[in-house]
Design a protein around this ligand. Structure first.
Ligand code: PLP
Length: 387
């Protein structure tokens, strides 16, 4: 195994960042295609810059964010966070006591680590379900969570969502929806209602996912609950600061579902073109993906055996996409523990600058290259860590 530790993954990430920097220095930002779907952005206007002060900033942008946030998510009140992770932590700190139980329904397990980590921190117990028939709450359950769309973009079924709401409401348990990407994927691509309109008490979304905003989380919900969560957020410094608030407000102002809908159609063509060479390729709502397992199956299909692990292979593939085709995926630049699934998100801003053929040849040629190098340890190490 080449990438068995967090340190090795940090080094791989740093190598990727160095490659990106040197490519941009040589040929400019437009040489790079960030197709991670998480590129984010900071669409401030010139006049915004002078207003990013501690007190002046929130005074000015709060109202705008409140209006645009409610338009995007529904609810009575808006609460902006540094990250969705911070919003999940603040909510669990505010609503869950030691010994309570948190129950989480997802379209597919596991959850983003933010939830189980926060539950552990308060000393509560935790249970996840991805089968609606098995979902249950107990007298100890003080919070029900729902994930609208997983990290791999599995989408909850509307009727399962409504069932969880019905069960939780019958016991008066508050319902909190982690709609990090779901707030847009569910509504724009699958025409589902907003989480709040299906009965959730609170919802949070990430403003850099399928949206051109800074990394941050916006929560919406019932006024009394939002005030409880807000005071916890202030106590622990989890609330968004003026630059992020201004960036989120501008990103919401700019948000246009058209890119996502175009991506939904574009991915069909790319998927069909790749299916003949990479039989294990999968569709996501706005792109394509190949998991570490899928990549291993593809190698095995070609009769290639390797002593490398599944994740090693995925990381090497992501570095080939970056080095040879200037394509950024989460797998190349993510933090340790990030998903080893190669995901190409066509709703990314940079996707407008690449045509389908480029992506199809990058994916198939990178796979060819991968199959040539998997048994050459030196070359693999060089791809992951060499500059
Ligand atoms: C991305 C994501 C998060 C965390 O968002 P951050 O803003 O990176 O903290 C939480 N839950 C889900 C389902 C996600 O996809």
């Amino acid at each position: 195994m080449l990438l068995g530790s967090s340190e090795a993954e940090v080094k791989k990430r740093e190598t990727a960042l160095k490659i990106i920097k040197s490519k941009i220095k040589k040929e400019g930002r437009s040489t790079i295609y960030d197709l991670s779907g998480l590129a984010g952005g900071f669409p401030l206007k010139k006049d915004d810059i002078d207003l990013l002060e501690t007190y002046v900033g929130p005074a000015l942008y709060k109202e705008k964010l409140e209006r645009l946030g409610i338009e995007h998510l529904g609810g009575e009140k808006i609460l902006p966070f540094n990250r969705t992770t911070a919003g999940i932590l603040a909510t669990i700190l505010a609503l869950v006591k030691p010994g309570d139980e948190v129950v989480h329904y997802l379209p597919r397990m596991p959850s983003h680590p933010a939830t189980p980590r926060s539950v552990r921190l308060v000393g509560a117990s935790y249970k996840e379900f991805d089968n609606i028939e098995k979902f249950r709450v107990t007298n100890n359950t003080s919070l029900v969570m729902i994930t609208g769309s997983t990290m791999d973009h599995d989408i909850i079924r509307q009727k399962d969502f409504l069932k969880v709401v019905e069960i939780s409401k019958s016991k008066n348990i508050p319902i909190f929806v982690d709609d990090a990407s779901g707030a847009r994927l569910r509504t724009v691509i699958y025409n589902q209602p907003k989480a709040i309109d299906m009965g959730a008490d609170m919802v949070i979304t990430s403003t850099y996912k399928l949206m051109n905003g800074p990394r941050g989380g916006i929560m919406a919900g019932k006024e009394d609950l939002i005030y409880m969560i807000k005071s916890k957020a202030y106590e622990f410094g989890l609330e968004a600061q003026p630059p992020i608030i201004a960036g989120m407000a501008r990103a919401l102002e700019e948000f246009n579902p058209k890119n996502m809908l175009e991506a939904f159609h574009k991915k069909n063509d790319i998927y069909k073109a790749l299916k003949s060479t990479l039989a294990n390729i999968k569709e996501t709502p706005t792109g394509i993906m190949l998991s570490a397992n899928d990549l291993m199956h593809e190698l095995n299909r070609k009769g290639i055996k390797t002593s490398l692990s599944h994740t090693d292979i995925a990381f090497i593939f992501s570095m080939l996409l970056l080095r040879n085709y200037n394509i950024i995926t989460i797998t190349a630049v993510g933090m340790p523990g990030c998903s080893p699934t190669i995901r190409i998100d066509l709703a990314s801003k940079d996707a407008e600058r690449v045509d389908n053929d480029y992506i199809v040849s990058a994916m198939s040629e990178a796979f060819l290259k991968l199959s040539e190098v998997v048994n050459d340890k030196k070359t693999c190490e060089n791809l992951l860590f060499g500059t």
